[in-house]
Structure formats: structure tokens, C-alpha cells
Design a protein around this ligand. Sequence first.
Ligand SMILES: Nc1ncnc2c1ncn2[C@@H]1O[C@H](COP(=O)(O)OP(=O)(O)OP(=O)(O)O)[C@@H](O)[C@H]1O
Ligand SMILES: [Mg+2]
Length: 394
Amino acid sequence: MSTGILDNNVPVSDAFLPPQPVVQSPAQYPYLYPELQPPVYQEALPAKIVLPTLPQIMLSSSETQTDSVVAPASSLSDRRVANRYSLNDFVFQHTLGTGSFGRVHLVQSKHNLRFYAVKVLAKEKVVRLKQVEHTNSERGLLGSCKHPFLVNLWGTFQDANNLFMVMDFVAGGELFTLIRKSVRFPPAVAKFYAAEVAVALEYLHGLDIIYRDLKPENILIGQDGHIKLTDFGFAKRVKDQTYTLCGTPDYLAPESVDWYAWGVLIYEMLAGYPPFYTKGADPASLYKKIIEGRVRYPQGFDAGAYDLVQNCLTADLSKRYGNLHRGSVEIFRHPWFSEVEWDLLLSKEIPAPYIPDLKGEGDSSQFETYAENDTSEYGAKGRDEYADLFRDFD
Ligand SMILES: Nc1ncnc2c1ncn2[C@@H]1O[C@H](COP(=O)(O)OP(=O)(O)OP(=O)(O)O)[C@@H](O)[C@H]1O
Ligand SMILES: [Mg+2]
């Protein structure tokens, strides 16, 4: 029975029906914004069945042209993020994105003329919103990671009022924008992004880092079409804990929050809207649905993905993937991923389904436009009330 029609006219079935697999091709997808060019999908995921063991995934040290060594997952690398940068090294351009705490600008280096993304956080706001610890761990944790699917942090600096984090400019825009432009993804496309995100999460979990903010806005697409996670604003290190699940689980293994959000992401990529979305619903009823794990799947939802998503979102914690004693094994061994060759995926040898249309370095056309702020205020000198709080940024 159809109970609701969403904005994009996808009927939502009332029952918890395992959906029938349907063959879909990108050309069948309507586009929400007809004036925009539909993304061009390539064939994703060659049919090759070789599953490495999980430690291989975490410890692989494959290199690509743009990314160097993948740090061992057993300990945080001692790689230091440079603090030798200053505002004078960059020409600030427009805003690429804004979030709850920060604004990210496209900048150009005056020295090598290359483009970077600089996240700017106002100290006063960070303090007022009690984000001092989060902000320091964002810098510390992102700075300790090196992985092909994580944004690279080059350095940090500060002025009297602001903190600055210099990152790679990831030019292909947010996965969020690509989902909205495409309405939804064909299963192979969703599977490609889900698999790359899974490998990034597994790497972080191997370092005892929980990402905690997985959403399409924080997943960026590189110019090569492969993903880069950005925004470590909520990332947290959980040290020295072993989690075994016996009997009734009253708690969640910390990494299971990421796998839960990852299940939500797969749902959204395939359905075109998040799993608990109901038009006009008040937050209380949304919350109730989430707690109960009551997910409705649209007709035609990929059957293999249905089983995986349902197992990530189930309210029964003793069954939820990522919360079980074998952690993520169920996820990487799930039949939906049976053709995924994880080693190839990690070394970016599986062709990305969508290559952003970029006109050259510094092309930010894949990002939305935002009301700009006055960047001449950056670099303020003078009294710094919070001088003691953000020493690591110097
Ligand atoms: N390295 C980058 N390259 C290109 N764009 C980026 C980069 N990092 C962030 N952005 C853009 O800026 C936006 C905001 O960045 P970020 O998510 O780090 O900020 P935030 O304030 O912490 O957001 P949130 O509200 O999610 O916590 C991102 O969603 C993305 O569009
Ligand atoms: Mg964000």
C-alpha cells in the first residue's frame, strides 16, 4: 500500500517488503534539475571476485599518483602537519561550503599557484558552542591520517579571531549534490561509493577513530571521481577498548555509529531520500521511527542492498552489523559486495562511475554558491582571548 508521495514522486511502500530487484540504467532516471547536465556514469565495478582479508584492507600500503603511503592501522602515524603556513601564503577566493561551525574557502597558494581549501573557524563561536575539544581533535586526528579516501590536511595557522586549516581542494563537489542532481543512483553506482566509504571507515576504525559525521555533504568527489571524506569535526579517538558482544547488548560498539550512518547513506543513494524521511513529519515522530528502526523501502529498491541496509539499521542491537563481535566482517563479506575486489578498490583501480566536468585547476563549478563574508577581516592581530585554547594550530 502506498502511503505517501515524496517530493520526487517516489511512492513509498508501507510494508517492510523485501523489494524486487530491477534492472536500472542511468538513462531511466529523471532529473530534478533539468537545466543541469545529468552526470555521466561509467560502467562501475568489474566482475572480479577476490576478497582479501580485512587486515589486508587496513594495512595495504598501495600508492597512487596523488596519494602516498597509507598509514598502518595499528597506530596513529607520527606524521606532523606543518604549522609553517600563514594567511599571506594564500589568496582567498570564494566560499565552497559552510557548516555549523565553519566556512571553507577556495584559496590559491602565492608560491606554487596551486589551489587548496581552507576551513576557517571563528574562535569565539567554537568556544561559545563548546567545540574547543572537538576542534582540537579535528586538527589532531585529521593530521594523523593519510589515506586515499580521506582529505589531506597540509597545515594550520591562526589569527587573533580565527583558526585556519589548509586542505587539498577536492574539486568534484559533494556527493550530496550528485545525489540530488541524479535523484538517485543505479545500484552499481551506489555500491561503488558505499565500498569506498567503507574502506575509509575501516581504516579509521583500525586507528580507533570514530568518524561520527558520515553524511553526503561530508563525502567529496575528487577530480578523478574517487571519494574523499572531509570534516573531522566530530571524529573521536576511542582508546584501548575491546568490545565483545555477549548476551543482550545494552551498548553500541563505538564504530557501529559509523556503520549505521553508512547504512543510511546507502539507502539515500538508492532511494534518493533518507530512510526515515516523511514529508512534514515533526522531529518527535521522526525520532521515534529511528529508534524503532522502522524503515520503509521504495518499490524497486535493490534487493541485495536491502539486506545490507536493513542489517545496519535494525533496532535489534544483537543483530546490527558493525555492532557484532566480528565488527565489520559481515559488511565486507556481504553478498552485495561479492564482485568487489577490495584491493583494486583501495588502489583506485576500479574506475569511478562519474568524473566531474572540470575546466582546469581551481574550477569550483561543482560547488554551490554561498553568501560571502568579508575576508579582509582575516589576519586580525591584537588581543587573543583564547590564546591558550588552540596552541596546536600555531
Ligand atoms: N577539502 C575540501 N575541498 C573542497 N570543499 C570542501 C573541503 N572541505 C570542506 N569542503 C566544503 O565545505 C563544506 C563544509 O565543510 P565542513 O563539513 O568541514 O564544515 P563544518 O562546519 O564542520 O560542517 P558540519 O556542519 O558538517 O559540521 C563541506 O560540506 C564541503 O562542501
Ligand atoms: Mg560538514
